[in-house]
Structures are given as structure tokens and as C-alpha cells.
Design a protein around this ligand. Structure first.
Ligand code: ADP
Length: 270
């Protein structure tokens, strides 16, 4: 895209010439398009839970409230949908903070085994509720230079996805393996699941904001479509790279490669 401007220039008394100034506005146009798409996505994402909250509240107001079971069911939807809205707004604010550079990072040498321990403590009850077996194997003997809480957030988002999406599989085993190990000069964090897998055409869009392979499925598990964008952002801040492989019907494996910040040690509690 170009904006054109005609500028007259006078050489002498008689002759007048013009120059045409072309200003390349492609980048501005693209940014504007992204901004508009973002606003429309956010509005849509917020409107969906609001519509159901409104609908169920209205139904309750019109009802004589004698059917306790129905009232409970409706209140349950209102509660879970408003919780999802809160999560969505928190995730959005968090992403904005990470993107603008306002997020504070407290870097130190972090033992990834401690990060995994924390996440497993948080997610074990959920996994049990969902009937998913959660296994961990910590073999990383060096540390990562990073922010402990942000690393917890990264690991939490990946393991949470693995547990949630594996739980909705109709048949077969439901297992999630969380590992960390050293590989050459890298420390690898890995989450492998036996979930539904991600179709090939969806794989390249996975880290886009609000992208979901299956919107209904994501909503069912309370997803916001922002989890992996946050993972990517935190990995970037740690100069870490992410890779994944997935096969429909077999499962998905995510790996995050960190630079080691210390020599290998046999001291597990470092
Ligand atoms: P959401 O909040 O919807 O989970 P994410 O950004 O965390 O959003 O993930 C984007 C999409 O990627 C999800 O909606 C889901 O379709 C897919 N996905 C992520 N992790 C997995 C996984 N382990 N197994 C299958 N699908 C996954």
C-alpha cells in the first residue's frame, strides 16, 4: 500500500514541475489490520461467556426457583463462565505486560526439578479428577538462568493443556509424562501426552493468540486460547526454543530447550 502526494516545485518563473512522493504504508496497514482483528477476537471471546451468564441469570429470574437441581445447574454455569472470563482477562493483561516489557523478571539459577515439583503439586488433584495419570522424571542436573515464577507458569500451561486435552479422549489410556534432562549444552523440559493429538494443518497456527483447534472442545475444558502464546512469550524471554510433535489419535509432545546456566552436577538439590 502507498499514500501518494503531489508536490509542485518551481524551477524558474515559467516552468513548474511536480514530484510525486510515495509513502509505503504497508506496515501501518498490516498493524492496523492486526489491531482490528485483535479487538474483534477479544470482544467475541468476552461476549461468549457473557451471553451464557446473561441467559442463565435471566432464566433463573423468570423461574419460580422450586427446582433446586436446575437452579444449581444454572448457577454452576454462571460460576464457571465468570471464572473463565476472569482467566481470559488475566491472561490478556499478562500477555500485554510480557509484550510491552513491563513484566518484571527476577533472574537467578533455577532448578527445573523444583519447578516441575511445584506444578505437579498444583495439577495433581486436577489430573486425578480427570482420570489422567501424571508421571514425572527429573534428570536435569544443571540449572537454568530464569525467573522461577514465570518458569512455573510456562510448565503449568503446558502440563495443564496435556492433562485437559488428554482427559477428553473417549478411549485408550490417559497418561501424561513430564520430564527434564540434559542434552549437549541444553536442558530440555518435555511434556508428552497420550491425548487426541493436533492435526497437521493446525500445527503452524498453534501459538497464535486465540487459536484453537476445536473451539467447543477448548471451551469445554475452560480454555482461553492464550495459554500457548504466553508459553511462547516466556520462552522467548529466556532465549529458549520450543518444538513439538503430534499425531492425531496418538498424542503430543512439547519440548522447551533452555541454555544450561551451570555445569552438570550430581547434587540433585542444587
Ligand atoms: P486453550 O486455552 O484453548 O487451551 P492454548 O493456547 O493453550 O489455548 O492452546 C491452543 C490450542 O492448541 C488448544 O485450544 C488446543 O486445541 C490445542 N492444544 C494445546 N495443547 C494440546 C495438547 N497437549 N493436546 C491436544 N491439543 C492441544
Amino acid at each position: 500500500y502507498y499514500d501518494a502526494k503531489v508536490v509542485p516545485i518551481k524551477f524558474d518563473q515559467e516552468s513548474e514541475r511536480y514530484i510525486i512522493v510515495l509513502h509505503d504504508t504497508t506496515k501501518e496497514k498490516q498493524l492496523d489490520k492486526l489491531r482490528r482483528e485483535f479487538i474483534s477476537n477479544v470482544s467475541h471471546e468476552l461476549r461468549t461467556p457473557l451471553t451464557s451468564i446473561h441467559g442463565y441469570a435471566e432464566a433463573l429470574l423468570d423461574d419460580d426457583l422450586s427446582n433446586k437441581e436446575l437452579v444449581r445447574k444454572f448457577l454452576g454455569v454462571i460460576e464457571s463462565e465468570s471464572a473463565r472470563m476472569t482467566r481470559l482477562i488475566n491472561d490478556l493483561l499478562d500477555l500485554e505486560k510480557l509484550e510491552s516489557g513491563d513484566a518484571k523478571f527476577n533472574f537467578s539459577d533455577v532448578n527445573m526439578c523444583k519447578v516441575i515439583e511445584r506444578v505437579v503439586t498444583i495439577l495433581e488433584p486436577l489430573a486425578e479428577d480427570y482420570g489422567v495419570e501424571l508421571y514425572t522424571k527429573c534428570e536435569c542436573k544443571s540449572t537454568v538462568y530464569g525467573d522461577f515464577d514465570r518458569l512455573v507458569q510456562l510448565v503449568l500451561n503446558l502440563v495443564d493443556n496435556a492433562v485437559k486435552y488428554t482427559s477428553i479422549k473417549e478411549t485408550g489410556e490417559k497418561k501424561v509424562f513430564v520430564k527434564c534432562y540434559g542434552k549437549e549444552d541444553k536442558l530440555v523440559f518435555e511434556v508428552q501426552d497420550t491425548g487426541p493429538g493436533i492435526p497437521e494443518d493446525a500445527q503452524k497456527r498453534l501459538f497464535e493468540r486465540f487459536y484453537r483447534v476445536d473451539k467447543a472442545r477448548s471451551r469445554k475444558v475452560g480454555g482461553t486460547g492464550l495459554g500457548l502464546s504466553i508459553v511462547k512469550m516466556i520462552a522467548d524471554k529466556h532465549n529458549a526454543t520450543i518444538s513439538f510433535e503430534s499425531k492425531v489419535g496418538e498424542g503430543t509432545t512439547f519440548r522447551v530447550y533452555f541454555k544450561k546456566s551451570s555445569q552438570e552436577t550430581t547434587d540433585e538439590n542444587k
